[in-house]
Write a protein that binds this ligand. Structure first.
Ligand SMILES: [Zn+2]
Ligand SMILES: [Zn+2]
Length: 442
């Protein structure tokens, strides 16, 4: 088969919406589709369209632990969107296309490892499902995810917090001013993966100029140092100046240039809620840039309404870049210090709110520090919602687990089960690629 520049997967999920008046509804991609058809994009010789298949449950459970199970939380639309991302990844890994863009919804980057419900419009994480599928079936090793959505990709960060083979870079509107209220520079990964979570919280009013300085002086050099096999772009279009859910000033041209410089192997659509004024232009700009085509004429009809970036914002961003560069340069020392600080076990407690499901989760997470493997993690989780209470204990065994970690993780689940404090018990064994339910109800 002749190699094309860009594989395109399009799945607008006509039967899935947060509600009929919510911006996360099917019209979100209809204007984009009209724009692509009008421009004749699908007829371009550089582009090949792929149909999304449905992701298998095994693909989802390689990443997520649904409490009590994913079956009650996940709709067909989620499985097709995840299947679309996998299709895009496969097109690139097989060499059929140089790059691929999965224009799919629902989005996924707020979905964490443990799933009790839907938060930030996300139930399962499309990028992580794709990456883990490619690792399992196509021999991919090191991966970098660059999350360019205006909201912090807290779900993706959570899934890869202890994985030193996955670099997660997110730039986003500062969590003090926007959902989900995280993504600060202090969040740098668990000790075994310290430094491979890299957050760049940007001030309100950041425009093309600020975004491109961050890209040129921070994101691209960090990527060059990490040397990933694959670069994935969580492509959220809500940094656009017309987006109703955020406060940034990026244009379609700014996004097109971003795609051109980033040279992501696979982009997966995330947010973007200016469904008529921004999405058709931003998506088209990215698509043309990824296909190596001219995107200079992709301009919003109301672009004069885009506010200029202020001098204060520029100064703030310059300082932030200097600080973040310094941290990246010192990462090996900082990691050693972090490992020494925690000793054998790292732990944290936190609350996770599922804003779309009205569920509150309390979590206690531990990570075993091991010199022979990446260490196993334990998650003690309980949630409260209209169903009452649910609680579970899960152990996550890494791909390269040593014998001792494997044994400890299994023992931890069995002793939790014997103590009987929870309703559900799981072992997510990434070595055998299997999610075991221990004794609990399915
Ligand atoms: Zn977003
Ligand atoms: Zn170990």
């Amino acid at each position: 088969m002749e190699r094309k520049e860009l594989g395109l997967v399009f799945f607008p999920a006509f039967d899935w919406a947060i509600s009929q008046t919510h911006p996360e509804r099917q019209e979100r991609l209809l204007y984009t589709r009209d724009q692509l058809l009008e421009e004749g994009v699908l007829d371009l010789p550089q582009i090949r369209e792929y149909r999304p298949g449905m992701a298998e449950w095994a693909d989802l459970e390689r990443v997520h632990i649904g409490v009590p199970g994913l079956e009650s939380l996940v709709k067909d639309a989620h499985r097709v969107a995840a299947g679309g991302a996998i299709e895009a990844g496969k097109a690139v890994c097989s060499g059929e296309t140089a790059r691929a863009f999965a224009l799919v919804r629902p989005p996924g980057h707020h979905a964490m490892r443990v799933v009790h419900g839907t938060r930030g419009f996300c139930t399962v994480n499309m990028e992580a499902i794709m990456i883990e599928h490619l690792r399992r079936h196509h021999g991919i090793g090191r991966v970098a995810i660059v999350d360019t959505d205006v909201h912090h990709g807290d779900g993706t960060q959570d899934i890869y917090y202890h994985d030193p083979d996955t670099l997660f870079i997110s730039f986003h509107q500062d969590g003090r001013t926007l959902y989900p209220g995280s993504g600060f520079v202090e969040e740098q990964g668990g000790p075994a993966a310290f430094g491979t979570t890299f957050n760049i919280p940007l001030p309100v009013g950041t425009g093309d100029a600020g975004l491109h300085r961050v890209l040129d002086e921070l994101v691209l050099p960090v990527l060059a140092d990490f040397k990933p096999d694959l670069i994935i772009n969580s492509a959220g279009q809500d940094n656009h100046y017309s987006d109703p859910l955020a406060n940034m000033s990026v244009t379609a041209q700014g996004y097109g240039r971003l795609a051109e410089k980033l040279r992501a192997d696979v982009a997966v659509l995330e947010g973007g809620y200016s469904i008529e004024g921004a999405l058709p232009y931003v998506n088209l700009g990215i698509l043309l840039a990824m296909a190596g085509l001219d995107y200079s004429r992709v301009i919003e009809p109301d672009r004069e309404r885009c506010p200029a970036q202020s001098a204060d914002v520029t100064a703030y961003i310059e300082k932030l870049i200097q600080e973040r560069r310094q941290t990246w340069r010192e990462r090996e020392n900082l990691k050693r210090r972090e490992i020494a600080r925690w000793g054998d076990e790292w732990q944290r407690r936190r609350s996770v709110y599922y804003d779309d499901s009205g569920i509150e989760e309390e979590q206690r997470e531990t990570a075993r520090l091991c010199h022979h493997c990446y260490g196993w993690q334990g998650i003690d989780t309980s949630s409260r919602g209209s169903f009452g209470r649910k609680s579970a204990y899960a152990a996550i065994i890494p791909r390269n687990a040593c014998k001792r970690c494997l044994q400890e993780a299994q023992d931890a689940v069995w002793s939790a089960k014997q103590a009987g404090r929870h309703q559900y018990y799981y072992i997510q064994n990434r070595q055998t690629d299997c999610l075991e339910r221990i004794g609990g109800k399915k």
